[in-house]
Design a protein around this ligand. Sequence first.
Ligand SMILES: Cc1ncc(COP(=O)(O)O)c(C=O)c1O
Length: 403
Amino acid sequence: MDKRILKQLSESFGDAFYILDSAQFKKNYAELKWEFANIYPNFNIAYSYKTNYTPKLCKIVNDFGGYAEVVSDMEAKIALKSGVDPYRIIWNGPYKNFKSAEYLLALGVTLNIDSAAETKFIDKLAKENPDKTYNLGIRCNFDIGDGVVSRFGFDIDSAEFKDALALFDKHKNLYFKGLQCHFATRRLETWRPRAEKMLALIDALKIKPDRMDLGGGLFGKMADSLKAQFDGYIPSYKEYAKEAATLFAERYKDENDKPELIIEPGSALVGDCMKFVSKVVNIKNVRGKDIATLLGSIYNINPTLNKKNPPIEIVAMGGKQKDYLDLDFGGFTCIESDYVYRHFNGKLAVGDFAVFGNAGSYSIVLKPPFILPNFPVIELTDNGAKVIKCGETFDDLFKTFVF
Ligand SMILES: Cc1ncc(COP(=O)(O)O)c(C=O)c1O
């Protein structure tokens, strides 16, 4: 980042803000799509809205022909407002508001059934509305050897799973779109079992659905400094594609009518598409420990508090810098553990900007209205800075309280 640009931006937008890079998002999308489609052409991406539902990004996915993967009626509304055709919305998640579900299903949204409660709801809805057709899928849960008992979807060996499948024989107005699974682990070795078990399942059921959706859980691109903080290997898009798409290509090589393979990336697409810029407001020394305070917080970029140091760049703004060893950057909140970056070695002065990378996923969507409203999101264009999201105001946050 350039000192001159940061000076201009801070004059317009304040001393903390996010910078979106939608060109990088497009690049990631095109590359990920290509890697999978190169192996299994009947492939598509359903972008996980929850990760970062900035409308600009949702519209890019739509323009590129991807699906909207949503987990609430709120997110479905973002898709509709972004111009997404309801037929291109896939609704997952362990909770569905049934009133909204009735409305969204009537529009053509695909709802992936996650529980017996939802089976019961669909059964009743189908019976009471014989003149309407509804698009549905079923969320599947099985062991992929990651040591986690996931709580999403049906245990495929359960009676409840059979009950969900039976809906489609019972009601002619229910259209079976396909099966979905999602496992949070991003490890490469979990991708082959996902594909293998989903393929084995449809072969056992003797069905060939329109769609087979393997969910999210892929690492994205990141700086080596961040990679080094993970226990395991950080795979490339190509490696994930090789693990999963190859099995589909082999299984359907002699068939013209192939199911559409879908994945639901969030972090893998958007993680490296946002930076967070935050001013150093003070540097203190407490019993030998150097601590810089930022107009920024761990809650701005990593509310999941995973304790990893994000990629950092210090932009000197003209103050007299000093050399520091093992300095920690603390946030503006009153939470003792609110550190954005630990063990920094380098030059720093009050008034400098700290620019943190990989701030695109689970950041602005998870920032609580805690202590301060959130900062604006801007994008740098050839014609200057464009506001993507205004800085939040007191009124934005407090209009729901009764004073
Ligand atoms: C159903 C579903 N799909 C996709 C994702 C996106 O996951 P990730 O960002 O890890 O790729 C999630 C995340 O929780 C999810 O629950």
